[in-house]
Design a binder for this molecule. Structure first.
Ligand code: MCN
Ligand code: CUN
Length: 795
C-alpha cells in the first residue's frame, strides 16, 4: 500500500538532473562581479612592477593626481599609514599589498589609481613615475640557495637566506632500513612546472563602504566569503557584523579565487577613504602574471624494492619554489600541504619525505590548482615512480600496481605517512580500466607496431585524494577550524530555501544540494532553491576548495534535512493522531505503521508547522546543521591512456583514454562526469602544452594566451568514463566522496607514462612536462631524458 515516490523522478540522489544554474548562464543572465554596477561607482586599476627584483628609490604620482577624473592614487606609503602595506598570508608569512621598499616579482602591485572610469585609471597608472634600482634576480630553488644569493625577503627579521622551510615527515630510520634490505633501488627526478588555474573570469571586487550605516559591502570573486569577512574584520579592524561579503556568480575558480589579493584590499581601503563604491576588475595578464600560481616543484624519489615486486620503502625530497611570498592557501599544519598523501593507495611499510621551500622573484605560488593542496604533485610523483620502478624490475605495469595495492578489507588503512584512508576497491577499479582499454590486446598491437618502427605507448595512473578539509581537529585556517554548514527553511507550502557555507564556482551546487534534500525529505528538487555566497544570509562556512563541498557542506545538507524530518515526524504524529513511535517514513511521506494508507506528506507537515502545530511546539520548519567530518573522504581513480608518438616530429596523439572513478555514491552522475571530463582536460593540458616559465631577468613567459595554452575542444581527446565501481564513504551521511579535482590530480601521470612507455627501449626514462613535440623529439633522437622547465629563448 505504500506510495513511495520514485526518487529519480523527483530529482533525488542518483538523478542526472540538468543543472538549474545553466538556465541563467546560457541565456547570458548570470550575475558576475563585473555585471554589478552601483550608483556613484568609481573604478580602480593597478600599476604593476615591470621588473622582477628592484629597490624602489622613489615614487612620484603627482602627474597622475592631475589627470581629470582621478579621485585617489594609492601607494605603499599611504597603505603603511593604515598598517595595510603588508598583509598576513594563509601560511603565516606576510605579503606586500603595495610595494614600499622593493618589488620582488614582475607584476607585483605598486600603486592603484581610482578614477571615474577604468580607462582614466589606466592612463593615470602610466603617469606614475617610479625610480627603480634593479637587483639580481632569482628564478629557481638552485639560484635561491646559491652562495651569495641576494636575500629576497630582507624585510623580514630572522630571514638570513631564501629558505622558507625545511620540513620532514615519516619514518627516517625505518626507511633507511628498508633501503638496506632492497634488491633493487629505483630512482627518478621530476619537475612539475608552474601552472595557472586560468578561470574564464578574472578576479575582481566592488567595495562599497557606506559611512551613514558604517557598513562595508564587498562583492567579490572569492571561493570562501566567510573567511574573507573574518580576515577583513581582523586585519582592517572593522566590526564583523558591519561587513558583508557577497560572492555572486563565479566564472570558474579552480583555486585561483581562494587567496586574498592586494586588489581586494586596495578597493576596500579606497571605498572607505572615498565613501564611494570602488570596482576593481583584473585583466587577463594581471591574472596570469600575479595571482594564484600552482606547482613549481622539483621532486627526487627513490624506491626500495624486493625483486618479486614488493615495495619496501620510499624516499621523497621536494624543492618547491614559492615565489616572493609564502602564501600557499592551505589549511593544514604541514609545510608542503598534503604532499605526503603520496602512496596512500599502496601498502608500503616505510616512507620518508623531506621538503624544502624557497623564495624566488616570481609571483607567490603554491595555490592549489584543482588539487587538494599539492596532492597533484604527490600523485604525479607517485605514479611516475611506480612506472619507473616496474620498468626497473621488468614487471608488468598493472601487475606491479595490483600487487602493492591496499586490499579492500584493509580499511581504515594507515598510509606510510600517517593519514587514515576510509575505503576503496583499488584492484577492481584497475581491472575495469584494463578491460575497457583492452590491455592485453594493446600490448600485442604495441609489440607488432614497434617492429614497423611505430611507437605506441600505454600509461596507467591511479590516484587517491584526501578530500573534505577538515576535520576540525587537524585542519584550520588561521586558527578557524574546518567544518561546514547548511540552513534549510521549509515554507508553509512545502517549498524550501537551502543555504550553505560553501560557494559554487561552476560545480553545480544549486542543482546537487537540492537533490540531497529531495533524497532526505522527498521534496521535489525543483521545489528547493539553493543560495550560497552571501555572508549576511548564509550560515558560517569555510568555502569551496579541496573538493570539500560534498564531503562537508553536502553532509551538512543531509544532516539539516534529517533535523527537519525529525520535527516533521512530530507534526505527522499530531496530524495522524497517533504517537510518534507509530509513525513510519518513506520518501516524502509519514504513515501509520499499522495502517499504511493513513499518511501525510512532508508538504502537509510543512503546512501544519505554520497552521496546526501541537500545543507547546515551536512554530515553523527550519533548522541549521554544522558538520565536522570525522575524517577526510578518499576517492580513488584509475586513468589509462594509449598514445602514438611520431618519432619524426615528437608529436603524440591520444588514441584512447579510460577513466574509472570511484567517488562513492554519486549525487548527480552527469555533473560528476562533467567534473571528470573537465579535470582530464586540464590534466591533458598540463601534460601536453601548458607551463609558465621565467627568463633569467624574471620576465614571466606565460602571461598571455599566446604563451599559456588552453586546450580547446579541437585538441582535447575524447574520454571514456566508467562509473561501475562505487565504494560508499563509510563516514559520510549519504556515502559520497569528493570528485571535483580527482581527474586533474591523477590525469597528468597517465599521459606522461604513456609517452614514456612508447619510448621504451630508447633509454629515455623521463621527459618533464609539458611534453611539447620538440622535447619529445629531442628525447627520441638524442636518446636522453629532457628535464626541467622548458628553456626560454631570449633571441
Ligand atoms: N558530486 C556528486 N557526487 C559526488 C561528489 C560530487 O554529484 N559523490 C557533485 C557535487 O554535488 C558538486 C560537484 O560534483 O556539484 C563537485 O563536488 P565536490 O567534489 O564536492 O567539489 P566542490 O563542489 O567542493 O568543488 C571544488 C572543486 C575544486 S577544489 C576545484 S579546484 C574545481 C572543481 O571543483 N573548480 C571548478 N571543479 C570545478 N568545476 C567548475 N565548473 N569550475 C571550477 O572552478
Ligand atoms: Cu585545489 S584548487 Mo580547488 O581546491 O579550489
Amino acid at each position: 500500500m505504500t506510495q513511495a515516490l520514485d526518487e529519480i523522478k523527483i530529482g533525488g540522489l542518483g538523478a542526472s538532473r540538468k543543472r538549474v544554474e545553466d538556465d541563467r548562464f546560457i541565456r547570458g543572465r548570470g550575475n558576475y562581479t563585473d555585471d554589478i554596477t552601483l550608483p556613484g561607482m568609481l573604478h580602480m586599476e593597478i600599476l604593476r612592477s615591470p621588473l622582477a627584483h628592484a629597490r624602489i628609490r622613489s615614487i612620484d604620482a603627482s602627474k597622475a593626481w592631475e589627470i581629470p577624473g582621478v579621485h585617489l592614487v594609492l601607494t605603499g606609503d599611504m597603505m603603511a599609514t593604515r598598517n595595510l602595506a603588508w598583509m598576513p598570508t594563509l601560511s603565516y608569512d606576510t605579503q606586500a599589498v603595495l610595494a614600499t621598499d622593493k618589488v620582488r616579482f614582475q607584476g607585483q602591485e605598486v600603486a592603484c589609481v581610482i578614477a571615474d572610469d577604468p580607462y582614466i585609471a589606466k592612463d593615470a597608472c602610466e603617469a606614475i613615475e617610479i625610480d627603480y634600482e634593479p637587483l639580481p634576480v632569482i628564478v629557481n630553488p638552485t639560484q635561491a640557495q646559491a652562495d651569495g644569493a641576494p636575500v629576497i625577503r630582507d624585510d623580514k627579521e630572522n630571514q638570513p637566506d631564501n629558505v622558507i622551510f625545511d620540513w620532514e615527515v615519516g619514518d627516517r630510520a625505518g626507511t633507511d632500513a628498508a633501503f638496506e634490505q632492497a634488491d633493487v633501488v629505483s630512482k627518478l627526478k621530476l619537475h612539475y612546472p608552474r601552472s595557472h588555474p586560468s578561470p574564464i573570469e578574472c578576479c575582481g571586487s566592488i567595495a562599497d563602504f557606506n559611512r551613514a550605516t558604517s557598513k562595508l559591502t564587498v562583492y567579490m570573486t572569492t571561493q570562501a566569503p566567510h573567511i574573507i569577512r573574518a580576515a577583513v574584520a581582523l586585519v582592517a579592524e572593522l566590526p564583523e557584523h558591519m561587513i558583508r561579503i557577497v560572492s555572486p556568480d563565479i566564472g570558474g575558480g579552480f583555486g585561483n579565487k581562494v587567496p586574498v589579493y592586494p586588489g581586494y584590499v586596495c578597493s576596500i581601503l579606497a571605498s572607505i577613504l572615498l565613501e564611494r563604491p570602488v570596482k576593481w576588475i583584473e585583466d587577463k595578464t594581471g591574472n596570469l602574471i600575479s595571482t594564484g600560481f600552482a606547482r613549481d616543484v622539483y621532486l627526487h624519489g627513490e624506491m626500495a624494492l624486493r625483486k618479486d615486486g614488493k615495495i619496501l620503502g620510499v624516499r621523497m625530497h621536494t624543492e618547491s619554489d614559492h615565489g616572493a611570498f609564502f602564501s600557499d592557501a592551505q589549511p593544514s599544519k604541514f609545510k608542503i600541504g598534503l604532499m605526503h598523501s603520496a602512496f596512500a593507495a599502496y601498502d608500503i611499510p616505510a616512507a620518508h619525505l623531506t621538503a624544502r621551500g624557497t623564495y624566488s622573484n616570481k609571483a607567490p605560488g603554491g595555490v592549489a590548482y584543482r588539487c587538494s593542496f599539492r596532492v597533484t604533485e604527490a600523485m604525479f610523483f607517485q605514479e611516475r615512480m611506480m612506472q619507473a620502478a616496474a620498468s626497473d624490475l621488468g614487471m608488468d605495469q598493472a601487475d606491479f600496481r595490483r600487487m602493492n595495492f591496499v586490499h579492500d578489507d584493509d580499511f581504515p588503512h594507515r598510509t606510510p605517512f600517517g593519514f587514515l584512508t576510509d575505503s576503496g576497491q583499488y584492484a577492481k577499479c584497475l581491472d575495469v580500466g584494463l578491460r575497457a582499454v583492452g590491455y592485453e590486446d594493446f600490448r600485442r598491437k604495441q609489440a607488432e607496431a614497434r617492429k614497423k618502427g611505430r611507437l605506441l605507448g600505454l600509461g596507467i595512473s591511479t590516484m587517491t585524494e584526501p578530500l573534505g578539509a577538515g576535520n576540525s581537529r587537524e585542519y584550520d585556517i588561521l586558527g578557524i577550524k574546518m567544518f561546514d554548514s547548511a540552513e534549510l527553511k521549509i515554507h508553509m507550502t512545502g517549498k524550501a530555501i537551502l543555504r550553505t557555507g560553501a560557494k559554487t564556482q561552476g560545480q553545480g551546487h544549486e542543482t546537487t544540494w537540492a537533490q540531497i534534500v529531495a533524497h532526505e525529505l522527498g521534496l521535489p528538487a525543483e521545489d528547493v532553491v539553493v543560495e550560497e555566497g552571501d555572508t549576511d544570509t548564509a550560515p558560517f562556512g569555510m568555502g569551496t576548495y579541496a573538493s570539500r563541498s560534498t564531503p562537508v557542506a553536502g553532509a551538512a545538507v543531509a544532516m539539516v534535512s534529517r533535523k527537519i524530518r525529525a520535527k516533521a515526524r512530530k507534526l505527522a504524529a499530531h496530524l495522524l493522531e497517533v504517537s510518534e513511535e507509530d509513525v513510519e517514513w518513506e520518501l516524502g511521506r509519514f504513515y501509520v505503521r499499522s495502517a499504511p494508507d493513513r499518511g501525510v506528506t512532508i508538504q502537509e507537515c510543512a503546512m501544519a508547522a505554520y497552521s496546526n502545530m501541537p500545543d507547546g511546539m515551536e512554530p515553523g520548519l527550519e533548522n541549521t546543521a554544522y558538520y565536522d567530518p570525522p575524517n577526510l573522504t578518499w576517492p580513488f581513480a584509475v586513468y589509462i591512456v594509449t598514445v602514438e608518438v611520431d618519432p619524426a616530429t615528437g608529436v603524440w596523439d591520444v588514441l584512447n583514454m579510460v577513466a574509472v572513478d570511484d567517488c562513492g555514491v554519486r549525487i548527480n552522475p552527469m555533473i560528476v562526469e562533467g567534473q571528470i571530463m573537465g579535470g582530464l582536460t586540464e590534466a591533458y593540458a598540463m601534460a601536453n602544452m601548458q607551463f609558465i616559465t621565467f627568463d633569467a631577468e624574471g620576465n614571466c613567459i606565460g602571461a598571455n594566451y599566446m604563451d599559456y595554452l588552453l586546450p580547446s575542444a579541437w585538441e582535447t581527446p575524447g574520454f571514456e568514463m566508467h562509473s561501475e565501481v562505487v565504494t560508499p564513504c563509510p563516514h559520510h551521511p549519504i556515502g559520497a566522496k569528493g570528485i571535483g579535482e580527482c581527474a586533474a590530480v591523477g590525469g597528468p601521470a597517465a599521459f606522461v607514462n604513456a609517452v614514456i612507455d612508447a619510448l621504451d627501449g630508447t633509454g629515455v626514462r623521463n621527459i618533464d612536462m609539458p611534453l611539447l613535440p620538440d622535447r619529445v623529439w629531442e628525447a627520441v633522437t638524442q636518446r636522453r631524458d629532457v628535464s626541467g622547465a622548458p628553456p626560454v629563448r631570449t633571441d
